[in-house]
Design a protein around this ligand. Structure first.
Ligand SMILES: O=C([O-])CC(=O)C(=O)O
Ligand SMILES: [Mg+2]
Length: 487
């Protein structure tokens, strides 16, 4: 840790940790577990974003599996080259929407590597059972493609039929080679993310973290805000800025959660409002994508500020990838409307956050209940300390994966994300709430993942999607499975 701390920059720390992962895996996971609050922002959001931008330039050794269009027809054979035979979690990206950074092509491999490191550090999935995959189908980012050090397939992206056939061949090859493996789709462009999820979610063990994982983390945070605002969960009126996969993913899970609380589907939809780059999402618009249609209201078109003033949401959720989208005016209006305005600035990395924690607290005169996707430090304002929550996907996906693995689940229905969100929100202590934080400390992450995994696997057995007989002591079975990074 002393060696790590003496480095001048976080990207150097990333390189050092990546080298340690190659050289002494157990030590890497030991320090990742022991110093999780310090290490996580380096190996994952936000520094992993910087690492992806520079990936070809800081490359030391390959970690993971690359697929190009030239491999079509051979994927089953090529998978034989992977030395491990018992893969349990695969994180796959095509690099087209890396965090909020856009198309980074094969440089996006930093994301599967980082997410899988968290599967091990946070939920004890054995590192040998993790497989990072880059679906290297080209990049439309000319600057990256023409970079002399670029390691990816140096062509424009394939799309349409050729693209979906390649993904399908991979998914089918996994079913044959690694029938117990969970496939996590990560950082795909929204239309592809939804298309792939809709094709595979009822057929194979898979989920999309940007749609479903983010949704569960946000939902858990929303449950926790009600302990501060005292507004009952079914009464919440929520406005989203951004209508991409993260935002509609959250809304889709919210509808499920609200219907469980006794609302009709229509009543649930009525509470959720979207604003995107073209203004309020209303039914008269002709530019909406299929995943936006259920949320298009019969309402006059209006811009963001006007929409806040007329609709008067309790909660504002930003998933835009646009830094500064929550201006001083936006926060001020929310604070006029609400005693405790709830502000979620979920875009990643930090450079894309809709506002910073400091802005949210100062512009709301300390009233905001704030959470972000990327971590922010504690803020001092008017002599008081404010502890921003990080709606970190790592609270959910490692536990979901662990639960699914232990139950040998065949699929991951949305119901499991609801269970995971409820479980996570129950781990938020009164002390967290007193400090204004709506998520627990990351130092608790292994226990949180265990609780999430336990609840998720219980649910999988209840739903009849587990492929094994239920063990007598599920908690012990999970504990026995977990990789221990101790010597
Ligand atoms: O990586 C994160 O923290 C959340 C995420 O999946 C994304 O922003 O794409
Ligand atoms: Mg992601």
């Amino acid at each position: 840790m002393e060696g790590l701390r003496r480095k001048d920059s976080n990207i150097e720390r990333y390189i050092m940790l990546s080298a340690l992962q190659d050289r002494n895996e157990k030590l890497y996971y030991r320090i990742a577990s022991d110093y999780i609050e310090e290490i996580m922002p380096i190996i994952y959001t936000p520094i992993v974003g910087e690492a992806c931008i520079e990936f070809s330039h800081i490359f030391r050794r390959a970690k993971g599996f690359y697929i190009t269009p030239d491999d079509k027809g051979d994927l089953l054979k090529i998978l034989d080259n992977w030395p491990e035979k018992d893969i349990r979690v695969i994180v796959i990206t095509d690099g087209q929407r890396i965090l909020g950074l856009g198309d980074l092509g094969a440089n996006g491999m930093g994301i599967p590597i980082g997410k899988l490191a968290l599967y091990t550090a946070c939920a004890g999935i054995h590192p040998n059972q993790c497989l990072p995959v880059m679906l290297d189908v080209g990049t439309n980012n000319k600057e990256i493609r023409e970079d002399i050090l670029y390691l990816g397939y140096p062509k424009e992206r394939i799309k349409g039929k050729a693209y979906f056939e390649l993904v399908h061949e991979f998914v089918m090859a996994v079913q044959e080679k690694y029938p117990n493996a969970l496939i996590q789709f990560e950082d795909f462009l929204t239309p592809n993310a939804y298309a792939l999820l809709n094709i595979y979610k009822d057929k194979v063990l898979c989920f999309n973290d940007d749609i479903q994982g983010t949704a569960a983390v946000a939902l858990a945070g929303l449950y926790a805000t009600t302990r501060i605002t005292k507004i009952p969960f079914p009464d919440l009126k929520i406005m989203f800025l951004g209508a991409g996969s993260a935002a509609t993913g959250i809304a889709d899970l919210l509808v499920l959660a609200l219907v469980k609380e006794g609302l009709t589907k229509q009543e649930a939809l009525d509470r959720l409002w979207f604003v995107d780059i073209n203004g309020l999402v209303v039914s008269s618009r002709t530019d909406l994508m299929p995943h936006n249609l259920p949320y298009a209201h019969n309402h006059l078109p209006s811009n963001f500020i006007e929409s806040i003033k007329t609709i008067k949401p309790h909660v504002l959720i930003g998933a835009t990838g646009a830094f500064g989208a929550f201006s001083k005016e936006v926060i001020a209006i929310m604070s006029d409307l609400n005693e405790r305005p709830v502000i979620f600035a979920l875009s990643n990395p930090t450079s894309k956050a809709e506002c910073t924690a400091e802005q949210a607290y100062t512009w709301s005169y300390g009233k905001a209940v704030f959470a972000s996707g990327s971590p922010f430090d504690m803020v001092q304002f008017n002599g008081k300390e404010y502890h921003p929550g990080q709606g970190n996907n790592a609270y959910i996906f490692p536990g979901i994966g662990l639960g699914a693995i232990v139950a040998h689940a065949s699929i991951i229905p949305d119901e499991l994300f609801l269970t995971a969100a409820k479980t996570l929100s129950e781990t938020v202590s009164d002390k967290n709430i007193e400090e204004g934080a709506i998520y627990p400390r990351l130092t608790e992450i292994r226990t949180i993942s265990l609780e999430v995994a336990l609840a998720v696997s219980e649910k999988a057995f209840d739903l009849g999607i587990a492929r094994i007989k239920k063990p007598k002591n599920l908690r012990q079975t999970i504990l026995d499975y977990m990789y221990d990074p101790n010597y």
